[in-house]
Write a protein that binds this ligand. Structure first.
Ligand SMILES: [Zn+2]
Length: 463
């Protein structure tokens, strides 16, 4: 069983390696560290995000100005010869190599260490401009094209470097990027809908499309029509046949819309496959896991594009996001987003009830109450069981548990009891462990205690 926690480099730098390991092992019953090793994102790296209260440990000073991101271990140049993405060393902790610092201490305690690697970048990293995606209007973005050969070479180079240079137990790979259809519709919990920013329409995507027999011009036209539909919907300009019918008609007129979306997913999954086969090629005992993002839980259209059985075939474990406390406001955002375009004809409360049935959610709070209430521990239980049933025993299922993930001031803040119930629900559903998320630098000590209590009680029952 893997009782894991996600921890960023800054926490070890701030509090000391032994002290952090002591807290998570003794109080949190954690036996596996998912150490954020590569990302430019603040979800997994850095201290508490700006504007949120600090937990009762670690530095109480914001790192807003000093946060940089990148590779918190030492990049060895020989692994990055075939990519322009060569200079990725994180700069905020000087010469600290987080894997070199944490690995010996964790191993001494019998703890496993996975390197967490996330596809999140910043625009000033050398090479990012050359590899960036191109949106519907031809603008370069800050996201990297998954078909760009240099991007492919970077991910395989990075995981090769990490697995050959360090005595880690494996890799947890994060890629929360969505395809152009969800981008265009804003059909996630992210708040803004900007349909003209759908990606990717670059030359590498065009080449991949050609190989698959997908007509690029037709795809672009389809997304231009979709952009018009979304913009008109947001203004409340109702098509004479209704919002949903108009959307469905677009998909029938332009099957290239779906084809282009699937092309994005194919690229994403090819990267996952490459990561998996690269790691296994180095040492088949190393374990590879993939993070399955929150939108997979809320959005039936997205769900349809992800088969757990299929993902399980190329991973040793899946981290399935089942964050229930922040899940309240996120799910409400998702409903409001799809309720402002495709499902604009449906009253929002009814839309959410209907969606709950599609997703097999139980008796959750009303849309109005949801941000302040959060989703229930029963949601964690159901999402865990769904993943276990879908994966059919082909890989381990480790639900991601919400501990103090930041929410808006008016939304629910989790308590130790919430943590206890959510963690317990995952084990009761039959999970192979948990991954306490998003990061230690957001978690209060009482909450870590509560997770530890739930894990120890679950282990007593299994014995
Ligand atoms: Zn592209």
């Amino acid at each position: 069983m893997m009782h894991g926690m996600q921890i960023g480099a800054v926490s070890f730098a701030d509090e000391g390696v032994e002290k952090v390991l002591d807290i998570v092992q003794k109080r949190g019953a954690v036996n596996t560290i998912f150490l954020t090793t590569f990302t430019y994102g603040r979800g997994l790296a850095g201290r508490q995000i700006p504007g949120q209260p600090f937990p009762d440990h670690g530095s109480q000073e914001s790192d807003e100005k000093t946060f940089h991101g990148g590779n918190y271990a030492t990049p060895h140049p020989e692994f990055y010869k075939t990519t322009v993405l060569k200079e990725t060393r994180a700069t905020e902790h000087g010469n600290l190599d987080i894997l070199a610092a944490v690995l010996p201490a964790a191993k001494k305690r019998g703890m496993k260490v996975f390197a967490s690697v996330e596809d999140q970048w910043r625009s000033d990293v050398p090479g990012v401009k050359e590899c960036s995606e191109v949106d519907l209007l031809g603008r370069r973005t800050n996201t990297l094209c998954l078909y760009h050969p240099d991007v492919r070479a970077f991910w395989t180079g990075l995981v090769t470097d990490l697995c050959k240079s360090y005595n880690i137990d494996g890799i947890l790979f994060f890629n929360e990027r969505n395809g152009p259809l969800l981008n265009a519709l804003g059909a996630s919990h992210f708040q803004t809908i900007d349909s003209s920013r759908a990606t990717c329409f670059c030359e590498h995507h065009q080449r991949a499309a050609k190989e698959k027999g997908i007509n690029f011009e037709r795809a672009r036209q389809g997304y231009q029509m979709l952009d018009k539909f979304v913009q008109a919907s947001l203004k409340g300009q109702r098509p004479s046949d209704g919002y949903y019918v108009e959307f469905n008609r677009l998909l029938l007129q332009y099957p290239e819309i779906i084809a282009w979306d699937q092309l994005f997913d194919l690229g994403k999954h090819q990267v996952l496959e490459q990561v998996y086969s690269t790691v296994k090629g180095i040492n088949k005992n190393l374990q590879v896991g993939f993070h399955v993002e929150h939108v997979n839980s809320f959005n039936p259209f997205y769900r349809a594009t992800r088969s757990y059985e299929d993902l399980a075939a190329r991973a040793d474990f899946l981290k399935v996001v089942a964050y229930n406390i922040c899940g309240g406001e996120r799910y409400a955002n998702f409903i409001r987003n799809i309720g402002s375009t495709v499902f604009r004809d449906v009253p929002l409360e009814e839309l959410m009830r209907f969606n709950n049935h599609l997703l097999n959610y139980g008796n959750e709070a009303s849309l109005e109450q949801l941000p302040a209430t959060g989703l229930s521990p029963d949601y964690v239980f159901r999402e865990t069981q769904r993943a276990l049933a879908g994966a059919k025993g082909k890989c381990k299922i480790l639900p991601g548990i919400d501990i103090g993930i930041p929410t808006r001031a008016t939304s629910r803040k989790g308590t130790p009891q919430d943590v206890f119930l959510a963690t317990s629900a995952a084990y009761k559903a039959g999970a192979d462990g948990v991954i306490l998320s998003r990061k230690y630098s957001e978690m209060k000590l009482d909450d870590i205690d509560a997770a530890g209590r739930a894990i120890r009680e679950a282990m007593k029952v299994t014995k």
